[in-house]
Design a protein around this ligand. Structure first.
Ligand code: NOJ
Length: 767
């Protein structure tokens, strides 16, 4: 469904991955082949207690920005003694080959090491940050980027990445909203599948694939007040219907590992949550892969106040089903003590060791411990032109046109004078986002550089103000440049370090003196295009209200600048959509489109007592799914093939969408549903399908969504998922608040099912 770049490289990469598009359903129960089962049993039989515990120990081999820096002679000795199962924060084909050689040649049992790293949105070729990737509403491009990330990571000697972050985020104060797919569990499930199948391919023992890790299991994204690491206090319904579905989709897509969250749900830290990890994830969902803790999270069970000693913390995590201790050294230092105090832990320990060994076997490491890592390919694959082509396509697709009054965009820049105002325009480091693995600032083409190269305009660049700090001395020069220009590009937002881990903010307006800069520039009366760069939805109602046009560009990675210029100039029509709404102010957070109906729905009339704030308009500034285009699209002819279905049947919802303009463009057709009368209140709207369709001027396509009754199920403590009899309303449109077509069908009977409704895929056909 691509309206943008083609070419042999892109086709080759996409061909390799679209074949994997959705084999997901069958992947959940990955059985260990008999030959591996024998090997694992034999090894466990031979291992000393120390060697077993060693397999559960994941040590930092370096730091996030100083990979390999902790591997010294003492570490090598530990490897020889079998004291390490895995390293993270390491990289490099030659370096890791030598480290692996020590493990498989110089340790007693010759068990290979597992090497992991955070490749959150690209290894060396950096793609848009995950929130931006989700804004593409295009699982194919997400999969293609993950495929590239897997190639670059695996040729660099690594087996495993701690991606995807599938946490739902409904509070933009939470800094880690940048690392996920936003506020909606259906979109989050589709993006998670695409990432996992892109990283892992069809077979983990194959070439150029790496192990994915769905994180941070539980409800990490529901942290109170958007404060990172804080407790999640949420209802069982919200946990099951909103936060867990993308994890369930990850299991079905075959994710080889899971990471438990730092935080607790209603007092139970997930790292010690037997009911959730051992019970729901493993026993109910059939997940057989590895579970790793988050960094030091086992030791932090003491801070949570549910363990007094490291040995108690180790026992709790092991019993919960956490196989590997990331960086905490608690299993390594205290599990022995825990097991001698309580020998009943031994079977849990053996299970955990078995899962670590099975993961190594799945990756083919017993057969070929050096099969990852290729120093020759490391030189050619990393940041290759083919990979950058994919990065460019993703970047263009991620850009969201928020507003475009009077058709200011696209610009015809040739011969014009453009004032480019804002330091982010030339900030290559911020374009990489906060996680960058081996990304290099020098690889980035910034907006400023691309404008100078590509636009044919006279560019008058004035930083005006840095993204943070209180130096306003550059504002007068910025205002002068604006006054002398034909059009202003006002590039504002956050720098890369304002969002991500431990970067929660209570004030989500512009940091530093950027608001002052923006207001001064807007006051010139010149046409202003706001170009937002940020890792979270910002609250900019006043500034966006005054601007003529606005683009949300997130942090777009190495091809950031050319992608934004292509959109600004209309070479490509924008079609990204917001994966999380833009709030009017931080005080309205958390808020989301899929809210429950109230007995007193929000009413514009302040004289009425209704579910709203008195000091701000109702609803977000721009809602989930919002995004404009230079083209225009008409929706027509909604047909639902059956008026009535049983609870085990599906309907086909068909409509046509026509490009009624003179420019080519993609349209993201979105399907929402509502169960208007049920045994419990249901959300006013829930996304249940989407497709990004490329349409030439005048072209019409028929889109069909195949929606199963199971996808309307609601959570009940007694039955798990229950399909209820009654009417279901469907809404199709261009955004959650731009519904163009409506219809309904009736489910004639009730049924119980086992699968979270939002995690299930709605197949879409386009003809
Ligand atoms: C802590 C983060 O929460 C997690 O997402 C990451 O994978 C680990 N650190 C490893 O860097």
């Amino acid at each position: 469904m691509s309206a943008t770049a083609t070419g042999p490289h892109r086709r080759a990469l996409l061909a390799g991955v679209t074949a994997l598009a959705f084999a997901g359903a069958a992947r959940a129960a990955v059985a260990t082949p008999a030959r591996h089962a024998v090997l694992i049993r034999t090894l466990i039989g031979q291992m000393t207690l120390d060697e077993k515990i060693g397999q559960l120990n994941q040590a930092p081999g370096g730091r996030q920005r100083a990979l390999n820096s902790r591997i010294d002679a003492a570490q090598l000795d530990l490897v020889r003694k079998g004291g390490i199962g895995s390293y993270l924060h390491v990289a490099g084909a030659d370096f890791l080959r030598e480290l692996q050689r020590v493990a498989v040649e110089e340790s007693r049992l010759k068990i290979p090491l597992l090497f992991g790293i955070d490749v959150i949105h690209g290894f060396r070729t950096i793609f848009p940050v995950p929130l931006g990737m989700a804004a593409t509403f295009d699982p194919d491009i997400v999969r293609a980027c993950s495929r590239v990330a897997a190639i670059e990571t695996s040729v660099s000697g690594l087996h495993w990445t701690f991606t995807p972050m599938v946490d739902i985020a409904r509070d933009p104060r939470w800094g880690r909203i940048v690392e996920g797919a936003g506020e909606d569990p259906y979109l989050g499930s589709r993006i998670a599948e695409a990432q996992i199948t892109g990283l892992q391919g069809d077979n983990l023992a194959g070439k150029d694939v790496i192990l994915a890790c769905a994180k941070h299991f539980g409800a990490y994204g529901a942290a109170n007040g958007g404060r990172d690491y804080d407790s999640a206090d949420l209802s069982e319904r919200t946990l099951q219907e909103v936060y867990l579905p993308p994890f369930h989709a990850s299991v079905r897509a075959g994710a080889g590992s899971f990471m438990t969250a730092f935080n607790d749900i209603a007092g139970v830290p997930t790292t010690a949550n037997q009911a959730l990890v051992r019970g729901q994830l493993r026993d109910q969902w059939g997940y057989q892969g590895l579970v790793v803790s988050d960094w030091n999270a086992i030791l932090e069970l003491i801070n949570h106040g549910i363990a007094e000693t490291p040995a108690q913390a180790a026992a709790l995590a092991l019993k919960a089903g956490v196989d590997m201790d990331m960086a905490g050294g608690v299993y390594a230092g205290h599990l022995k003590e825990a097991v001698s105090a309580d020998p009943s832990l031994m079977p849990y320990l053996d299970q955990a060791v078995g899962r670590v060994l099975a993961t190594k076997a799945r990756l083919g490491l017993f057969d070929g411990p050096f099969r990852f890592g290729d120093s020759a390919r490391e030189k050619t694959e990393l940041n290759s032109p083919a990979h950058r082509t994919i990065a460019g396509e993703a970047a263009r697709k991620a850009i969201v046109l928020l507003k475009n009054e009077g058709g200011l965009l696209p610009l015809s820049p040739a011969g014009k004078r453009i004032a480019v105002i804002g330091a982010l325009a030339g900030d290559a480091s911020s374009a990489l986002g906060s996680w960058r693995a081996r990304g290099q600032v020098g690889d980035v083409k910034t907006l400023l550089a691309a404008l100078r190269e590509q636009s044919g305009a006279t560019i008058d660049y004035q930083p005006g103000a840095a993204p943070r700090g209180d130096d306003a001395s550059g504002i007068p020069a910025a205002v002068a440049a604006a006054k002398a220009s034909d059009v202003v590009l006002l590039v504002i937002g956050e720098d890369f370090d304002h969002s991500a881990e431990a970067r929660s903010r209570s004030d989500i307006t512009l940091p530093g003196v950027q608001s002052q800069l923006a207001q001064a520039v807007l006051a010139t009366g010149k046409p202003v295009v706001v170009v937002l760069m940020n890792g979270r939805p910002l609250a900019l109602a006043d500034i966006l209200g005054k601007a003529d046009a606005a683009l949300e560009t997130w942090f777009l990675g190495v091809e950031s600048g050319p992608a934004i210029v292509d959109i600004l100039t209309g070479k490509v029509s924008p079609a990204g959509r917001l994966p999380a709404g833009l709030p009017r102010n931080a005080g309205t957070s958390p808020s989301f489109y899929a809210h429950m109906p109230s007995g007193r729905p929000a009413d514009p009339d302040l004289a009425k007592d209704s579910a709203r704030y008195h000091d701000v308009e109702i609803g977000p500034l721009y809602p989930f799914g919002h995004g404009l285009s230079y083209a225009s699209f008409a929706y027509a002819d909604l047909v639902i093939d059956k008026p009535r279905i049983g609870p085990d049947q599906a309907v086909a919802i068909t409509l046509s969408v026509t490009n009624t303009s003179k420019v080519a463009g993609d349209e993201v057709v979105q399907l929402y549903m509502r169960d208007p009368v049920a045994s419990v209140a249901r959300p006013v709207k829930e996304l249940r399908g989407f497709v990004r369709v490329a349409l030439k001027p005048g072209e019409t396509r028929r889109v069909t969504f195949h929606l199963h009754a199971m996808q309307t199920a609601l959570w009940t403590t007694a039955d798990r998922w229950r399909v209820e009899a009654g009417r279901i309303d469907v809404m199709v449109g261009a955004s959650s608040d731009d519904i163009r077509l409506r219809g309904s069908f009736t489910i004639t009977g009730a049924a119980t099912t086992m699968e979270p409704a939002a995690s299930l895929l709605t197949r879409v056909t386009v003809s």
